[in-house]
Every structure is written in structure tokens, then in C-alpha cells.
Ligand binder design. Structure first.
Ligand code: ZN
Length: 518
């Protein structure tokens, strides 16, 4: 606990540009030596869908009708002279492992970065292209009913668009790798607790609800936390020119400014580039935001919680906090190391719906959609597809990954992971800078905290669907595995500006005079 408090204090001081290293004693033998070789590069590609493409984000079908701002694949590559890792922030709702693996293999073939050392995180923009949920052909061997429900009534990936995403990711990483130069870096945190809110609430009715509605008098209190830290890894070349950064913050990208869009991510990029330079790379990876959104159900004011103003509010403020952290860390930047990636695939069981549940769902989906209760029909459809999914794949493989860059570690989950797990990772890891990343390298649906499955739990994320259906212990298993990966790594030195030599000079002659009263 004390260790944790010191760590939090150090992180807070670091974010203010104050370094405990300058206050502490001499470096002991078991502390890692400062890195010598450190290279980094940034690059990006446009992966915008086109008008008419499917717009994923809900359980049903929707199509893009306008374009607002581009969806991008933003990449960075780090190299310590021995290992290279790549981190990609993708403006997409999510990305399936099949596409990730194809991109990883193509990158390894093109430039030699090992497939397992590539992290691809989806920003979760709800205004991106059709990267899922279901893949073309996934249910071809299922019944005609399941095929109709999956392909015609559920959001599906478009093979042509997946190809564009894959090409964009590969080209961005290969270019970032080719642009690697000798670099220095540093990590820090900004802080904002006014843009992201837990969307699940304890209610007077007795069970938890998701989005009970702004001003609902039956709200008792939020059912889970938020994470106000804005994690930043900043990179400069050896001359001090800013190359780019990785930004980590936990909030659903659901502001929906209108049309095809990166959602609030575009404003983070714009804000940082406004001060640090238009050619700066800005890679955004979303934190554990499965239950966190921009909507404040407890706000007493009539405010816009969606649309342009909301995107600007979230992205502008998160970008500004990232910028504050970058400005604070700039003068301490130094070569970072080591650069390491480790991962593991966990076997997780799905929760099968009972035969009665499936039978009831089968009856509901036969009803006429025009007259049926829409919510009941949508969840019944999900149950029928889930039953088919479980028949084929009762146990899934879930990749967890730890990507270390010096004193910072990115710990990834393929889930829409609840925020508490991200806080548990930060508290349980010995790294001074822990950046939890959700929807990384695959999508396995919502994975709620175990408390949400208690009799007093509930809400949208705990319902069984074809999307969210893992066993209750899945979240803890993922968190424990990530903490084990983190524990197997040794944090690199968090750089500090060089210490001041003992004072030997003379005070400023104009400033060292006594007061003058005449
Ligand atoms: Zn979501």
C-alpha cells in the first residue's frame, strides 16, 4: 500500500515536472542502467470508410451518409537496438484478430518487426468503418435463420474495407519503422475528471442500470469508477524536435459529431499539433472504458452530451492535458529502454444461454419485426446467434499483451474492459507509468467487473449477446495474466533532467544589492 502511495505520488510529481530521482539517493546496483540506443518513428494512413458503407456501433444495421473527418491508422515504432515494437492506434469501433494477424504477418514480412511485438488498439469510434462484428462467411455453415439474423440484421465487416484497414496499418508501421531516428522520450500523466463518466448506476429499484437517463431521481450513485489519468509517452529527436506521442485515456468514443469521424480523437490530435507541430505523430490508444462514456447522467444542467460540441469538449480537454504532460516532461527526455513485448493467449469459456432461454428467443425472432417489441427482438436475435457461435466455439482465445518502452508499459485486453480493471492494473504493477489499452488486437465484447454480475448488478453490458458472453471470471483472469506479464518485466529508468552541480558562481550583480530608499 505504501509502495503504491509512493508510486502515485511520484507519478503526480512527475506530471508536474518534478522528479523523485533528483530527491533520492544514489542509483543502486540492481536498478537498470539508462538506455543507450533508442530510436523511434511515426507515420499514419487514412483508413476512412466511404459513404454507403455500414456504420457499426449498434446491434442492428446502419449506413454512413456523410463525411466529417478522416479515420486514421496512426503508428509508432520503438527500437532499443535489440528489440523493436510497434503501437498502432486505429480509428475503428474494434478490430477482429483475423485482420490483426494478417496485418502483423505482413508487417513482419515487410520490415522484420516480430508479429507478436505489434499492438493494434481500436479507438472505439462509433463513426468508423465496417471492421466487424461478424466476418464475411463466419456463419455460412449455420442454419438459414442464423444466417439471416447474422448477415441481414447485425453489423458485419466488409471484406473490401478490411483490406483497406490492413493495408493502412501495414503501410503506417513500415513507414514509421523506416523513419526511425535516434530519439529521446519521457512519460507522464495529465488529469481530467470532467469529461468521462461511469455510465452504470446503483438504482433505488435494486439492480444496476446503464444510462438510466440524465436527472433520473432513482439514481443512488455510480456503480463503478472512472480513470482521470491521461497517460502520455512523448518522443523527441536528439536535437529536441518533437516527433510524436502516444496518448492513453479511458472513454467511449460515442460523441458522434456527425458522419464518418474519428470522434473526439481528431480533437486530441489537433490540440497537440497546435503547439507541438503539424507534422507530429499522435497515436491514441483507448483505456479500459467498457463502462465509461462522455455522457454525464448526473449533470444538473441542460448541456449537449453528443455531437460536435461534445467531441470538442472531450478531445480538446484530453489533448490539452496530454499537452501539459508533454511540456512538463520535455526537458527530462532521454533515451528510453528496454523495449520489450510479451504476450499470452488465455482460454476463456463463453456463458451458454439455457435451453429455455434459447427456445424463448427462437419464438421471439419469428415475430414480425414491425410489430414486435424492438428491444426484446434485438436481444432474442443475439441469443439465437450466440447459441450458434457457442456450438462452433465454446471457448475463445484471448490475447493479453505487455508492451514496454522504458519506464512505461502498455497492458492490453481485447475486451471492452471495465474501468476498475484498468485501475487494478495501475495499482498492481511496479511500473511507474501503466497505460491500460482496451479493444487491443481483437474484440471479445464487454467484459464486466465481477460485481456487475451479483444479484444487485445488471445493466446493458451484463446481458448475454452474441457480442458479450464470457464467463464471469474472465475479467479477473485477464487482469491477473496482465499483472503477471508486467511483473516479469523490469521497468527502465524514468528519465530526469541532469542534476545541478554544486553552486560555484556568483549571484547576479544587479540583483544582489540592498534596498534603495532615496
Ligand atoms: Zn462500447
Amino acid at each position: 500500500m505504501l509502495h503504491r502511495r509512493i508510486k502515485m505520488m511520484a507519478a503526480a510529481l512527475a506530471s508536474l515536472g518534478i522528479w523523485l530521482g533528483t530527491l533520492g539517493g544514489p542509483v543502486t546496483a540492481d536498478e537498470p542502467a539508462p538506455a543507450t540506443v533508442f530510436k523511434a518513428g511515426f507515420a499514419e494512413r487514412d483508413i476512412s470508410p466511404k459513404i454507403g458503407d455500414e456504420a457499426p456501433g449498434g446491434y442492428g444495421k446502419a449506413y454512413h451518409q456523410s463525411f466529417r473527418d478522416p479515420c486514421m491508422a496512426r503508428a509508432t515504432v520503438f527500437d532499443d537496438g535489440t528489440n523493436r515494437v510497434a503501437i498502432v492506434g486505429l480509428d475503428a469501433l474494434f478490430i477482429r484478430a483475423e485482420t490483426v494477424n494478417e496485418a502483423r504477418e505482413a508487417i513482419e514480412k515487410a520490415c522484420g518487426i516480430p508479429a507478436g511485438s505489434i499492438l493494434i488498439g481500436a479507438s472505439h469510434t462509433h463513426s468508423g468503418g465496417p471492421t466487424g462484428l461478424f466476418l464475411p462467411g463466419e456463419f455460412d455453415d449455420a442454419s438459414d435463420l442464423v444466417k439471416t439474423l447474422a448477415y441481414e440484421h447485425t453489423v458485419c465487416a466488409d471484406p473490401e474495407y478490411l483490406e483497406k484497414v490492413k493495408k493502412g496499418v501495414v503501410e503506417a508501421v513500415v513507414e514509421a519503422d523506416a523513419k526511425r531516428v535516434d530519439a529521446k522520450g519521457n512519460a507522464g500523466f495529465g488529469f481530467d475528471d470532467l469529461v468521462a463518466f461511469n455510465r452504470r448506476f446503483k438504482m433505488k429499484q435494486g439492480h444496476e442500470m446503464t444510462h438510466p437517463g440524465q436527472g433520473n431521481p432513482d439514481i443512488i450513485e455510480p456503480a463503478g469508477p472512472t480513470d482521470p489519468q491521461v497517460g502520455v509517452l512523448g518522443i523527441w529527436d536528439v536535437e529536441g524536435k518533437f516527433l510524436g506521442c502516444v496518448v492513453n485515456f479511458a472513454c467511449h468514443a460515442t460523441t458522434g459529431p456527425g458522419g464518418i469521424s474519428s470522434d473526439y480523437v481528431g480533437y486530441i490530435v489537433k490540440t497537440i499539433r497546435g503547439v507541438m507541430g503539424e507534422d507530429a505523430g499522435v497515436v491514441f490508444v483507448n483505456g479500459m472504458s467498457g463502462d465509461v462514456t462522455q455522457v454525464n447522467n448526473q449533470s444538473p444542467h441542460q448541456i449537449k452530451q453528443f455531437g460536435e460540441v461534445s467531441a470538442r469538449f472531450v478531445g480538446g480537454r484530453v489533448g490539452a492535458e496530454a499537452l501539459r504532460a508533454l511540456l512538463a516532461m520535455e526537458q527530462g527526455a532521454a533515451p528510453l529502454g528496454p523495449v520489450v513485448s510479451k504476450s499470452e493467449v488465455l482460454k476463456l469459456k463463453r456463458r451458454p444461454p439455457s435451453p429455455e432461454h434459447v427456445a424463448e428467443a427462437m419464438e421471439i425472432v419469428q415475430r414480425d419485426l414491425k410489430t414486435a417489441d424492438h428491444t426484446a427482438w434485438a436481444f432474442a436475435k443475439e441469443t439465437v446467434i450466440l447459441a450458434a457461435r457457442i456450438e462452433k466455439e465454446p471457448v475463445i482465445g484471448a490475447e493479453v499483451q505487455a508492451v514496454q518502452v522504458g519506464p512505461a508499459v502498455f497492458l492490453t485486453s481485447p475486451a471492452e474492459f471495465f474501468c476498475q480493471f484498468g485501475l487494478d492494473l495501475k495499482a498492481g504493477s511496479k511500473f511507474p507509468f501503466v497505460f491500460p489499452v482496451s479493444l487491443a488486437n481483437d474484440v471479445i465484447g464487454y467484459v464486466p467487473h465481477e460485481d456487475a454480475f451479483a444479484p444487485t448488478g445488471g445493466g446493458y453490458e451484463t446481458r448475454l449477446t452474441a457480442y458479450s458472453n464470457l464467463e464471469v471470471t474472465a475479467g479477473r483472469a485477464i487482469t491477473d495474466a496482465l499483472l503477471e506479464l508486467s511483473a516479469s518485466l523490469t521497468p527502465g529508468v524514468a528519465p530526469t533532467p541532469p542534476p545541478l552541480p554544486p553552486f560555484k558562481g556568483q549571484p547576479w550583480t544587479y540583483g544582489s544589492l540592498p534596498p534603495q530608499l532615496d
